[in-house]
Structures are given as structure tokens and as C-alpha cells.
Design a protein around this ligand. Structure first.
Ligand SMILES: Nc1ncnc2c1ncn2[C@@H]1O[C@H](COP(=O)(O)OP(=O)(O)OP(=O)(O)O)[C@@H](O)[C@H]1O
Ligand SMILES: [Mg+2]
Length: 274
């Protein structure tokens, strides 16, 4: 597999990445995808997190009978897509977790390249239909499947999610470099858990101390797409599998997601189509 795969009908592929786990990548992915869908676009999400596929959990979709017994089998290179995605809140959704089972674990240590190939092949095998945007949610690792996706998937832009903390910024820098080396455009950074607004007094608190001292140089030129507050409104939506941008798109907190959505859409619109 030395060439980029073709995803028929998919106009733009957006990868959401971070160097560090637990910074809110999946939370940001599902909310941005919902915001785009609400703005009138056809949107899909591919959960490429082989370590802990959370997209089905956050959207409340479960494995179907039809996908049971899925095996990564050798197929003809040009074989047509055959895996039907699920539909939830108007989004097309497919996850490695829905195919191998949410509780089962793929051991990447056994064969990292095979894991990368499995993810790319599965992405190609899904019947996505006509999509304006396909989001790919990555696991927190700069190894596989990121490397295989960079090599074989026509990615239009990368959104990096970080928290304001130093370590997260450093790790984001590492992940970012891998995309840059692969010639993939970085759309910018979403700073998640950026601040906390006290529900009682309305005061804004910076929970994670920000230190610009450690900001790696390659992040300097990367724009901040937006800052998402740390707030129970977001985590509650995730816990009840009805994310904020579906359940309460008019909430004041939702404004941050709308802002990021608009910036991404205009950046991608300005880009020559492939
Ligand atoms: N802005 C936020 N406000 C409140 N809670 C949040 C926010 N962002 C994320 N969370 C919560 O933090 C937890 C981790 O988020 P999430 O699973 O999206 O992170 P992740 O980067 O995808 O993690 P992983 O690296 O394990 O894939 C979740 O319980 C989520 O509800
Ligand atoms: Mg995640």
C-alpha cells in the first residue's frame, strides 16, 4: 500500500490529533462534527482509536449484528466499500470499536504496521456516501495508526487539541511535526479545558497554569482556532451520550464550538480542492 487511498464521495478529511491522552480530542471531535452537521453539511466520523474507541460511547451507538464476525481479511485492492456506517444525530459513524468489539483490545505491540494497515483498510472499506467533511479521531500516540494515515489517506487538514499545560503543548508539538513532515496542512490548535467559568459567580478561572516558556517553536506559527472552556455542560453531554452541540447548541458554551467550526470551514473552503 504505497499510494493514497481514494474515498469516493468524501470532499474533505479532517484529522483530530493530540500528543497526549485525555485532553478532550474525542469530545472536541464529536462536538465539531455535530456543529458542522447542524450548519447544513454532510458529516462523518471515523474513530481510529484502536486503544480506546470512545466515539460510539459518546454518541450512544452500539455494535450491530451486521458488523459481527468482521475480520481484517486480504481483499482485492480495488474492491468496493462494503461496511455500512451507523447513523446517529445525522452523522455517519464508524469505529474500529464497532468492528472488533468495544471491550476487545488490539495489541499494537504485536504488529504496529498491521494495526496501521487495518485502520486505513477499514476507513477505505466503509460506504461513506456523499460527505462534505469526514473527521478522523486519533488515539493519543504519534506512532500508529497516525503514521499509516499520514502516508495513505488524503488528509486535508489537522486539528490539534491541547490543554494549556506545558506537557500537553510539548507533546502536541511532536505530533504536529509528524503531520508537517508528511506535508499535511495544520489547520490550528483547539485549546480545550482552557478556562473555567464559575457557574455561581460567573468569574473566569484559569485552572491549568499556562506557561509560554515551553511553547515549542513549531507551534508559534500555528493559529489557535478557539478556546473551549472546562465545564460540566460539556462533560454531562458526553456522559449521557448526547453531546452539547446536539442537545444544547444554543448554550453560551456552544459559542466556542461554533467559532472553531466557522474558522475550520473557511480555512478549508479557501484551500484548492483535491
Ligand atoms: N471542555 C471540557 N469540559 C469538561 N469536560 C471535558 C471537556 N473536554 C473533555 N472533557 C471530559 O474529559 C474526559 C476526556 O475527554 P476525551 O475522552 O474527549 O479525551 P481524549 O483526548 O479523546 O482522550 P483519549 O486520549 O483517551 O482518547 C471525558 O470524560 C470528557 O467528558
Ligand atoms: Mg479519545
Amino acid at each position: 500500500m504505497n499510494h493514497k487511498i481514494y474515498l469516493p464521495g468524501v470532499k474533505q478529511v479532517i484529522v483530530v490529533a493530540s500528543g497526549k491522552g485525555g485532553v478532550g480530542k474525542t469530545t472536541v471531535t464529536v462536538n465539531l462534527a455535530l456543529a458542522m452537521q447542524r450548519s447544513g453539511a454532510n458529516v462523518g466520523i471515523f474513530d481510529a482509536d484502536i486503544y480506546g474507541p470512545n466515539v460510539p460511547l459518546m454518541l450512544g451507538v452500539h455494535r450491530r449484528k451486521a458488523s459481527q464476525g468482521y475480520m481484517a481479511v486480504a481483499r482485492r485492492k480495488e474492491a468496493a466499500p462494503y461496511i455500512q456506517p451507523l447513523t446517529r444525530f445525522g452523522l455517519k459513524v464508524m469505529s474500529i470499536g464497532l468492528l472488533v468489539g468495544e471491550d476487545e483490545v488490539i495489541d499494537p505491540a504485536r504488529s504496529p504496521d498491521a494495526v496501521g494497515q487495518l485502520v486505513v483498510q477499514t476507513l477505505k472499506d466503509v460506504v461513506w456516501g456523499e460527505l462534505d467533511y469526514l473527521f478522523i479521531d486519533l488515539p493519543p500516540s504519534a506512532g500508529q495508526p497516525q503514521a499509516s494515515l499520514v502516508a495513505h489517506v488524503p488528509i486535508d487538514g489537522v486539528v490539534i487539541v491541547t490543554t494549556p499545560q506545558d506537557l500537553s503543548l510539548l507533546d502536541a508539538g511532536r505530533s504536529l511535526r509528524l503531520f508537517q513532515q508528511g506535508g499535511i496542512p495544520i489547520l490550528g490548535i483547539v485549546e480545550n479545558m482552557s478556562y473555567f467559568v464559575c457557574p455561581d459567580c460567573g468569574e473566569r478561572h484559569e485552572i491549568f497554569q499556562r506557561s509560554d516558556k515551553w511553547r515549542p517553536p513549531n507551534l508559534e506559527e500555528t493559529p489557535i482556532l478557539g478556546r473551549i472552556p472546562l465545564t460540566p455542560v460539556i462533560s454531562k453531554g458526553i456522559n449521557k451520550a448526547d453531546p452539547l452541540m446536539h442537545d444544547h447548541p444554543d448554550d453560551p458554551v456552544a459559542a466556542a464550538f461554533w467559532e472553531v467550526t466557522a474558522v475550520i470551514q473557511s480555512q478549508l473552503a479557501a484551500k484548492p480542492s483535491r
